[in-house]
Design a protein around this ligand. Structure first.
Ligand code: NAP
Length: 272
């Protein structure tokens, strides 16, 4: 496994597993079964970074599989996210109590006394709300309950606001990054500001796959391996998700080849 170093000196794997439909039958919005089979095959394949969220409704599955793996908790990087209800516009503004309660619920479901990366799932509506939430994130970071704190789906404007007052900088911005949605402006902003971009939906797109497969053929790899290697070379963490144990194995074994500069440019050219 390759690692990235975060702006607080902590290290994180360059590849993790998404989990948003794990423990369910029928996809993300499917029926919760509580099965740990997808987690078990991921752990077996070598994954140690897992990305979940309160809104996925499956934190218990991640916690159970980690606990029952026989592997030390300290080897895992569990990341989860606070649900940002105010985005829907109807719920009350989130404040100190809601944030503390959300963290407590996740700790309980994950069966752990610390979270490796805790993130806001979305931007909030007002700067006041952001300050209230982030103050609790910073306090729990100081206590070691949250080992790293970050955000998801923040634009440069959202990050500008957060960086204007935070005492502890976010380590990660998890955003949609793939050839159809490269989020280039946000990725560049993150790079300039010491925030590691993390790609959600890295394999979830259709346009340009044939062209990627053509380039991948030169290295004897699949289009998905090519893209995950490309993200790593660009300083982007990827969290591909698969229910297929063969794909899970494929997606973590992506570092054994080196893409030429010309092909890096060619892949960049496919990203619009
Ligand atoms: N922060 C946010 O707002 C946000 C939003 C969305 C997602 N996320 C996180 O990001 C994770 C990943 O995103 P995602 O689940 O949307 O999409 P993804 O991981 O990019 O793509 C998943 C799809 O790719 C297929 N796949 C995986 N590996 C493959 C391979 N080697 N070859 C061919 N197909 C492959 C999977 O099918 P098979 O199962 O058949 O392999 C599945 O249909 C989520 O699980 C979640 O943890 C975060």
């Amino acid at each position: 496994m390759e690692y990235f170093t975060l702006n607080n000196g902590n290290r994180i794997p360059a590849i993790g597993s998404g989990t948003n439909s794990f423990g369910k039958e029928g996809g993300f919005a499917g029926i919760y079964t509580g099965t740990t089979k997808e987690m078990n095959s991921c752990i077996e394949a070598g994954y140690r970074l897992f990305d979940t969220a309160e809104s996925y409704g499956n934190e218990e599955v991640i916690g159970t599989a980690v606990r029952d793996s026989g592997i030390s908790r300290s080897e895992f990087f569990i990341e989860t996210k606070m649900k940002i209800k105010s985005r829907e516009g109807t719920d009350p503004v989130l404040g100190r109590k809601e944030t503390e309660d959300a963290i407590a619920r996740s700790l309980d479901k994950l069966k752990t006394d610390y979270i490796d990366v805790y993130m806001m799932h979305h931007p909030v509506n007002t700067p006041e709300e952001l300050r209230e939430i982030w103050a609790v994130f910073e306090e729990q970071y100081d206590r070691g309950v949250l080992r790293n704190i970050g955000v998801c789906n923040f634009t440069p404007k959202d990050l500008d606001e957060l960086l204007s007052f935070c005492r502890v900088k976010p380590v990660i911005d998890q955003i949609r990054i793939n050839p159809e949605t490269p989020s280039s402006e946000t990725v560049d902003y993150c790079r300039r500001n010491g925030i590691v971009p993390m790609a959600w939906g890295p394999l979830n797109f259709s346009r340009g796959r044939d062209e990627l497969a053509q380039i991948a053929g030169r290295y004897g790899v699949s289009w998905s391996k090519l893209l995950l290697n490309y993200n790593w070379r660009n300083g982007v963490i990827s969290i591909p998700k698969s229910h297929d144990p063969a794909h899970q194995k494929d997606n973590i074994d992506v570092f054994g080849f080196s893409i030429s500069d010309e092909d890096m440019d060619a892949i960049r050219g496919l990203c619009i």
